[in-house]
Design a protein around this ligand. Structure first.
Ligand code: PLP
Length: 514
């Protein structure tokens, strides 16, 4: 009896081990199948509608409300991707996706992300994966040199400058706001130690333009600093006189100007704040100047666009998203800070378990945990390294140039149709256009575009005029896709402009003249 029990027990362990081996084999098969699936998805993306047409809550009918008790077969799970997930995907990499700004995507970046996930390290300090930290330092140096930003921002400079990959431009802005707050508080306390931290912080004020990205205003909310949204000139730019006037007004009220976010390439119309004028004002007033070049900054890898960042030398921090226009998958935002000691001074929290014998304040061997909000961090530099090595600087330059040319093509198609107008000059990959006359026509056109769902665009408001933003987003976009988009826009416009209501409006002149 005893022997029988022993044999049974051994058999149980043996079967358990066999199941484990089968499990790991089926997981590996699943992983390999998914890699092929990603390739097929990309190759066939042109045939998929850009915008998902499901209704809110569609998924809750398809996915049970409890997790399965026993593991399922991978093939069943795989089949559910097409059945359950794909209908609810808006295909950001579709060449018919023209909304927001581009979200980077390429095979080198995808496999870089896969490898990073496969290695599964968490590189918050140098010792937790030296390759993770040092490759990040090096690709940030590469990228900084590609853009030709001032050397003092680079980790390899003599001084305390340095670059880090943040998750997003939003995080980068928040990090810099928090550092600016800490720097100003310490500065004022050094002058007058009697001052109370809380009182200083409650008086700090930040500035940005009313055209800056929503994330900038949000950084003020998250960082508890009032963010004033200042008006812009007729080209949508924040100018020196507007900033100076606001600073003077606020000083009179007893407030302490602390932080400015200037944008190079605003989300609405891709305008460029006058950083050559804003910079000296910030420097003279000891205000931290952060430059958000999340989208358009990528174009500075081209010599012909670098004039747009004239004045960058005045900035304390500068951010460009690799995950927007530079073919690197989300998330990957490059942030440089001129004096990284301010980051460490603001965010340094020590614990024995975080210590290691090589820690220092040397930006060449950083413990990146001090430069960011979370403790943990992924090995994002791998995907940047793969993209930069496989495309090369020339490949990336060709990509940006091609996308700008495609936007210009769309702009020309719009201009040739008298019913339409281009509201702000075609800039980078963005065309802001509308049907002439009352906003109602553009609103109706946009509604029909969204109803048809063949292409995806979003709207913006420029000086009270409703505009539709067309952006060249996908790296797969070709001339035929731009023409397809224009045909869709113009044929839906035909339906609107052939109505009696339109013809009876003032707009009839756009149909009959010239
Ligand atoms: N800044 C600008 C100018 C943007 O256009 C955007 C997004 O489109 C952001 C910031 C936010 O970027 P992220 O999603 O990386 O936070």
């Amino acid at each position: 009896m005893r022997n029988c029990l022993d044999i049974l027990e051994r058999l149980r362990i043996l079967i358990g081990n066999l199941v484990k081996i089968m499990d790991s084999e089926q997981f590996r098969d699943f992983a390999k199948t998914i890699v092929d699936y990603i390739a097929d998805y990309t190759e066939n993306i042109r045939d998929k509608p850009a915008v998902s047409t499901v209704k809110p809550g569609y998924l809750y009918d398809l996915v049970p409300s409890e997790a399965p008790v026993k593991g399922e077969d991978w093939k069943t799970v795989f089949a559910d991707i097409e059945k359950i997930i794909m209908p609810g995907i808006t295909h950001w990499q579709s060449p018919q996706f023209h909304a927001f700004f581009p979200t980077g995507n390429s095979y080198p970046a995808i496999v870089g992300d896969l490898l990073s996930t496969g290695i599964g390290c968490v590189g918050f300090s140098w010792i937790t994966s030296p390759a993770c930290t040092e490759l990040e330092v090096q690709v940030m140096n590469w990228f900084g040199k590609m853009l030709q930003i001032p050397k003092e921002f680079l980790n390899e400079s003599e001084g305390p400058g340095g670059g880090i990959i943040q998750g997003s431009a939003s995080e980068a802005t928040l990090v810099c706001l928090l550092v600016a707050k800490d720097r100003m508080t310490k500065h004022l306390k050094a002058i007058n130690p009697q001052l109370d931290d809380g009182e200083i912080k409650s008086k700090l004020i930040a500035y940005t333009s009313d055209q800056s990205n929503s994330s900038v205003e949000k950084s003020g909310l998250l960082g508890s600093m009032h963010m004033r949204l200042l008006g812009t000139d007729d080209q949508g730019r924040l100018t020196g006189p507007i900033l100076l006037k606001s600073i003077e007004e606020d000083r009179k009220k007893g407030l302490i100007p602390c932080f400015v976010v200037a944008t190079l390439g605003t989300t609405g119309t891709c305008s460029f704040d006058c950083i050559e004028d804003l910079g000296p004002i910030c420097n003279e007033n000891n205000i931290w100047l952060h430059i958000d070049a999340a989208y358009a900054g990528a174009a500075f890898i081209l010599p012909e666009y670098r004039y747009l960042m004239a004045g960058i030398q005045y900035a304390d921090s500068f951010d460009v998203n690799l995950h927007k226009w530079l073919l690197v998958n989300f998330d990957c935002s490059a942030l440089w800070v001129k004096n990284t000691n301010h980051l460490v001074n603001a965010f340094n929290v020590e614990r024995m378990y975080l210590n290691h014998s090589y820690q220092s304040q040397n930006p060449q061997i950083p413990d990146y945990r001090h430069w960011q909000i979370p403790l943990g961090r992924r090995f994002r530099a791998l995907k940047v390294w793969f993209v930069m090595r496989l495309y090369g600087v020339e490949g990336l330059q060709a990509h940006i140039r091609k996308q700008i040319e495609l936007a210009e093509l769309f702009g020309r198609l719009v201009e040739q149709d008298r019913r339409f107008e281009i509201v702000t000059p075609v800039t980078m990959g963005l065309v802001c256009f509308r049907l002439k006359g009352d906003n109602i026509w553009t609103k109706r056109l946009y509604e029909s575009l969204m109803k048809s769902g063949k292409i995806y665009l979003v709207t913006a408001s420029v000086r009270s005029q409703l505009v539709i933003r067309f952006v060249v987003c996908s790296r797969l976009t070709e001339e035929r896709d731009v023409k397809f988009a224009w045909n869709e826009v113009s044929s839906l416009a035909d339906t609107i402009t052939s109505t009696e209501e339109y013809k009876e409006s003032d707009n009839i002149k756009y149909l009959t003249h010239g």
